[in-house]
Design a protein around this ligand. Structure first.
Ligand code: NAP
Length: 291
């Protein structure tokens, strides 16, 4: 039976470190601030945004939440973002994705000032971390890494998983999980294979992975016979089945073969929110130091 990587516990560990930094910032007269923007009434998005607000509250981060009508125009949304770009008490701006179809997601994300792009989806943030070859430098230079992949990297590193030279298989190639986690693993010197819905012979590719990241949104897709003995499994999937949340990995089966595995819930999810808080605090420190 595999050991469990508890995202919940690691997130608590990181939040304790973060709390010290927030207290220090407050002593210097700066309270980190995050603005979240929710467009429409998607139940999942409502929960995600609420949880981000609660995380801010528990850490003493100032937060503002904007709940906007699903028919809001591109111009009105961009003008709210421009206003928040100018506000000193706001260090980070997060637009909850996905947005309704009539809005141009890329342009909206691009209207966030890069110095407040704590979700790491602005072209500038993406370009910066794609150009940086070394994960340690990304951390040293305090880049805004996208929260979910950043959380996965912190889990692997804090659990002392050897990344250099490891074969890492990433299932999924989305802009928010698959592609960025592949780049981050590469920057930590893993050899990375990215799979998607058109990949041939997926099971055999998975079997070659020392590390397997599943981010496809298909409940219990990864089975025991698709993984190598001793594999480290990070399950990013969040799928609702019969009123229960399950991952992309068949946990009961795969945990018999894996050396380490994340549960769903309680794995990647808590790390994602925590890394958003980390980015917000980094932004506040930068705003304090650079004025
Ligand atoms: P997405 O944008 O829908 O992308 C899914 C990816 O999976 C696509 O690249 C797709 O390939 C690939 N895929 C779909 N079916 C496949 C199959 N049978 N075999 C191989 N690849 C397949 O999803 P996402 O936003 O990356 O999210 C993925 C999952 O992670 C979802 O369950 C989501 O809810 C969850 N998630 C969790 C967190 C967290 O904090 N825990 C954060 C973000 C997302 P194509 O490109 O070829 O279509």
């Amino acid at each position: 039976m595999a050991n469990i990587i508890s995202g919940k516990e690691l997130a608590e560990e990181i939040k304790a470190e973060l709390k010290l930094k927030i207290d220090e910032l407050k002593r210097k007269g700066k309270t980190p601030g995050l603005a979240t923007i929710l467009v429409g009434k998607s139940p999942a998005s409502i929960i995600y945004v609420r949880n981000k607000g609660l995380a801010c509250e528990s850490l003493g981060i100032y937060s503002e939440q904007y709940n906007l009508d699903e028919n809001i125009t591109q111009e009105d949304l961009v003008s709210l973002i421009h206003k928040l770009n100018q506000e000193d008490k706001i260090d980070g701006i997060l637009v909850q994705l996905p947005l309704p179809k009539h809005l141009d997601e890329m342009n909206i994300l691009a209207s966030i000032s890069p110095d407040k792009d704590v979700d790491g989806f602005h072209f500038y943030s993406v370009g910066r971390f794609f150009c940086e070859k070394d994960y340690n430098n990304m951390k040293k230079n305090k880049l805004f890494l996208p929260a979910t992949p950043y959380g996965i990297m912190e889990m692997l590193i804090r659990k002392n998983i050897k990344l250099e030279g490891a074969n890492a298989v990433v299932l999924g190639r989305s802009n928010i999980v698959g592609k960025p986690i592949a780049m981050l693993l590469l920057s930590a010197n893993a050899t990375v294979t990215i799979c998607h819905s058109k990949t041939q012979d997926l099971a055999n590719i998975c079997k070659n992975g020392d590390i397997l990241i599943a981010a496809i949104g298909k409940p219990k897709f990864v089975k025991q016979d698709m993984v190598k003995e001793g594999v480290v499994v990070i399950d990013v999937g969040i799928n609702r089945v019969d009123d229960k949340i399950v991952g992309d990995v068949d946990f009961d089966e795969v945990s018999k073969k894996a050396s380490l595995i994340t549960p769903v819930p309680g794995g990647v999810g808590p790390m994602t929110i925590t890394m958003l808080m980390v980015n917000t605090v980094v932004s506040a420190e930068r705003h304090l130091n650079e004025g």
